[in-house]
Design a protein. Structure first.
Length: 239
């Protein structure tokens, strides 16, 4: 079941891209789009469906890569666990130590990547010994997959908007008319609305996932602590 879920994590953003591209094209060029779909339906429908499924997985994986690049570039909330690390330090649950010098690390010096690594390592190191973490692992994986899928779907929605406009520009010559202007306006409002919906959904899902991880991990470590856990971190950018 986990493998199917992971596969769907990459397939669904590709399906979003294909569906939204078709919807926008149906608004812009209803005649051409309907005719093109009819030609596809007259061929090997099963083979076409299988090819679309495989292609969706590949396209979705590309969207997932782009989403990861965007998240780390923007230092987006779903991957920022510096607040969690600060809470664990304040509760004497962990003690951050520079991996090279052995000296304590100030919170202001902790990179985003190291905070994510600390949270991930603490979760998996105590997964088998903490009933709270073990009981939450399935939900954690599900939320993580959902967060990645919604982020990749956001990229797919943007790509669908661009792809539909590019296709329309290449297959049709737009004559200035009220109908053309209305279709173009409606299509862009629709595409923009879908993109905004994906963006808000992605942000909300990411915040919920991070809050879930922070709460479960914090409570679990507080319950089982005996003494602060020495946690080595690497400070990048040191001269």
């Amino acid at each position: 079941m986990d493998e199917v879920q992971r596969y769907l994590r990459h397939v669904l953003p590709g399906v979003v891209f294909l569906v939204e591209t078709l919807v926008i094209l149906l608004v812009l060029l209803p005649g051409w789009t309907t005719e093109s779909l009819g030609k596809l339906a007259t061929g090997d429908s099963l083979g076409t469906a299988f090819a679309v499924l495989i292609a969706s997985g590949g396209v979705g994986f590309i969207f997932s890569v782009l989403n990861h690049l965007y998240l780390w570039w923007r230092q987006s909330p779903p991957i920022d666990f510096r607040e969690l690390v600060a809470r664990l330090r304040e509760g004497d649950v962990i003690r951050l130590v520079d991996a090279e010098t052995g000296m304590p690390v100030a919170e202001a010096d902790l990179p985003l990547e190291e905070a994510w690594a600390v949270a991930s390592s603490l979760w998996h190191e105590h997964l088998e010994t903490s009933h709270q973490l073990a009981g939450s692992e399935t939900r954690n994986v599900s939320l993580s997959d959902l967060t990645h899928a919604t982020g990749a779907a956001r990229i797919g929605s943007l790509a669908a908007w661009v792809a539909a406009l590019v296709v329309a520009a290449h297959v049709a010559s737009f004559a200035p008319s009220w109908e053309t202007c209305v279709r173009f306006t409606v299509a862009n409002f629709l595409a923009g609305g879908l993109l905004a919906a994906h963006h808000l959904n992605c942000l909300r899902t990411g915040r919920l996932t991070r809050a879930f991880v922070e709460e479960v991990l914090h409570d679990s470590l507080l319950e089982t602590r005996r003494m602060p856990i020495p946690t080595n971190v690497v400070l990048r950018g040191r001269t």
